[in-house]
Design a protein around this ligand. Structure first.
Ligand code: S3P
Length: 167
């Protein structure tokens, strides 16, 4: 059984996945890292610049497909996995999907002006993306955790409580 974290950029998926994997003695998998490995590029920015977003999404599909073989892991996804139904279908086959619900204000504060997130260069466009994706995260989530005004430990504890009955 895997725990799969979805949510917008800056919602805390990566940092909480680290904490959860330690607390539950599960393997930590970051989909963005797997995509970079598969691409042969240095980082995500380089994939977007040289190969384009479409190629990036293709690589995400490939990674999600391979993850069906994975067990006993906490998987932090990239914020855009919900735009590809097939990725969600693959992920659903391998575990419970938890949505990190975070307001755009909080995300803006957490991320500032990130250099490594090609889709968060412009606040207006990022907000549009955020609004478009909210119903998708909501639809695909089996559990929802509100992350505003909570620290990492509080979020991790809340998840542990919520998944108790499901694992
Ligand atoms: C993206 C989110 C990023 C990364 C890529 C695209 C998105 O991951 O996959 O920059 O489309 O929202 P994080 O959510 O970990 O920042």
């Amino acid at each position: 059984m895997n725990i799969i974290l979805i949510g917008f950029m800056g919602s805390g998926k990566s940092s909480i996945s680290r904490l959860l994997s330690q607390k539950l003695s599960k393997t930590l998998i970051d989909m963005d890292d797997e995509v970079v490995k598969l691409s042969g590029r240095k980082n995500i920015k380089e994939i977007f610049e040289h190969d384009g977003e479409v190629k990036f999404r293709e690589l995400e599909v490939e990674v999600a497909k391979n993850l069906r073989e994975t067990n006993n892991s906490v998987i932090a996804t990239g914020g855009g996995v919900v735009v590809n139904r097939i990725i969600i279908d693959y992920l659903k086959q391998s575990g419970v999907i938890i949505y990190f619900k975070t307001s755009f204000e909080t995300i803006k504060k957490r991320l500032g002006n990130p250099k490594d997130r090609p889709l968060f260069n412009d606040f207006i466009l990022a907000k549009k993306l955020y609004d478009f994706r909210q119903p998708l995260y909501q639809e695909y989530a089996e559990l929802i955790v509100d992350t505003d005004h909570k620290n990492k430990d509080q979020i991790a504890e809340e998840i542990l409580k919520q998944i108790k009955g499901k694992m």
